[in-house]
Design a binder for this molecule. Structure first.
Ligand SMILES: CC(C)(COP(=O)(O)OP(=O)(O)OC[C@H]1O[C@@H](n2cnc3c(N)ncnc32)[C@H](O)[C@@H]1OP(=O)(O)O)[C@@H](O)C(=O)NCCC(=O)NCCS
Length: 374
């Protein structure tokens, strides 16, 4: 599985190696870096501007981002100014993850447009960017002379304010579908077949997303699980479920509750959660729950929606900002939850990127946790 996180200085050697093995005059207009003296990070590139992709803990690719700060009238534009994937991991879908993460990071920083330049002959990269929703905005003909031949510089961009749900890209869920009724029926069946193991497993399904997100962001997350009566609440301190505006300005939250996670459901060789059972995705949780409340706090706003067996009950409701970000899932199960909290506290240690606090009884207010409240 591909995980994307922010770079750290320690990645420098791996990233320099990837640059050196992927450089050709088809991919870059500048001379090849010198093997002995090449430093990936310098005064123009800091780890904060770079996202790296890892497969099985090994760095296999990167994307570089640059803010266009001057003049201020262009400050809504972010640039992708570097992308490469180790040849031994090319054609595995690593680059689309990187580009999507770069777009999400740009949106998080407030960008309305992400632009880039690609050499005309770099057909593979151009196709990749097109698949990721970038369009050609202009071509500088013969802008470079490489290996004695004139080469075009192609300007491409993806607007983040055009609201076209069909080109938002599918990394985990299909944005263009609101509810997948057929899938929800299957997901409910799958959850119910777990019998007594269901409640525990559903908590792990939710925690897996907080763990993924913390891993992708290269941070340690903090999650609170509270069990009371027939209700389980899982609150994380991540970025809050991805939420965007469509062409009509309607708020659209990634349909994680009502559609399938394309990475997990029905996998022949499934990823296992710490209870040893296959990961099937968040929709399994909502499909099994007579009532589920999904609240997300993002830097751009906060929203809440109730689901019954995975089907949304009303439009997204706006929540007042709290100054924090995160996602809270509150599940009401068909009968009082008989969870062994000690067993849960042990199992959650299987998530490597989050600290999980497990408790029973009252006291949760549904807001994302903060370090001082843990
Ligand atoms: C361009 C680049 C980043 C693409 O990385 P990638 O991770 O291989 O990208 P993808 O996985 O999407 O795959 C690219 C191709 O493999 C195909 N592919 C993807 N998954 C596949 C799979 N499982 N089986 C077979 N083919 C697959 C894609 O359809 C795509 O085909 P295409 O080239 O015919 O369009 C990479 O080739 C690279 O590092 N190039 C050198 C640096 C560079 O050019 N950077 C861009 C500068 S602007």
């Amino acid at each position: 599985m591909v995980a994307v996180r922010q770079a750290v200085f320690e990645d420098a050697e791996a990233l320099a190696r990837i640059d050196l093995v992927t450089w050709t005059s088809e991919t870059s207009p500048v001379p090849a870096p010198q093997v002995d003296t090449y430093d990936f990070f310098d005064e123009r590139t800091s780890p904060a501007d770079v996202l790296v992709a890892e497969v099985g803990g090994t760095v296999v690719g990167y994307v570089k981002l640059r803010s266009v700060l001057h003049p201020p009238s262009r400050s809504h534009v972010m640039e992708i100014n570097g992308l490469a994937v180790d040849p031994s991991h090319q054609r595995e879908g690593v680059a689309p993850h990187l580009v999507e993460a770069a777009v999400e990071e740009s949106a998080r920083r407030g960008a309305l447009k992400v632009s880039l330049r690609v050499l005309g002959p770099n057909a593979r990269a151009r196709r990749l960017y097109e698949r990721c929703g970038f369009v050609v905005e202009g071509v500088l003909r013969g802008e470079f002379v490489l290996d004695g031949r004139p080469v075009d510089d192609v300007f491409m961009a993806r607007r983040l304010d055009d609201g076209d749900r069909d080109i938002w890209g599918i990394t985990t869920h299909d944005w263009s579908v609101d509810v997948d009724v057929e899938h929800l029926a299957k997901a409910r069946q799958a959850a119910e077949s777990l019998g007594d193991a269901m409640a525990l497993h559903l908590v792990l399904e939710v925690l897996a997303y907080a763990d993924d997100e913390a891993e992708a962001a290269g941070r340690r997350g903090c999650v609170r699980v509270v069990v009371r009566g027939d209700e389980i609440q899982v609150a994380d301190d991540g970025r809050g479920t991805d939420t965007r505006r469509d062409a009509e300005g309607r708020v659209v939250r990634k349909p994680i509750m009502a559609t399938r996670d394309v990475r997990f459901f029905d996998e022949e060789d499934p990823v296992l959660l710490p209870d040893g059972l296959p990961r099937r995705g968040m929709s399994t949780v909502s499909a099994a729950s007579p009532s589920l409340l999904h609240d997300n706090w993002r830097t751009s706003g906060a929203w809440s929606q109730e689901y019954r067996f995975g089907t949304p009950q009303a439009e997204l409701r706006e929540l007042p900002p709290t100054g924090r970000t995160g996602t809270t899932v509150t599940v009401r199960l068909p009968s009082p939850v008989d969870l062994d909290l000690t067993q849960l506290a042990v199992l959650v240690r299987g998530f490597a990127h989050v600290d999980v606090e497990v408790s029973g009884g009252r006291g949760a207010d549904g807001a994302p946790p903060t370090p001082d409240r843990r």
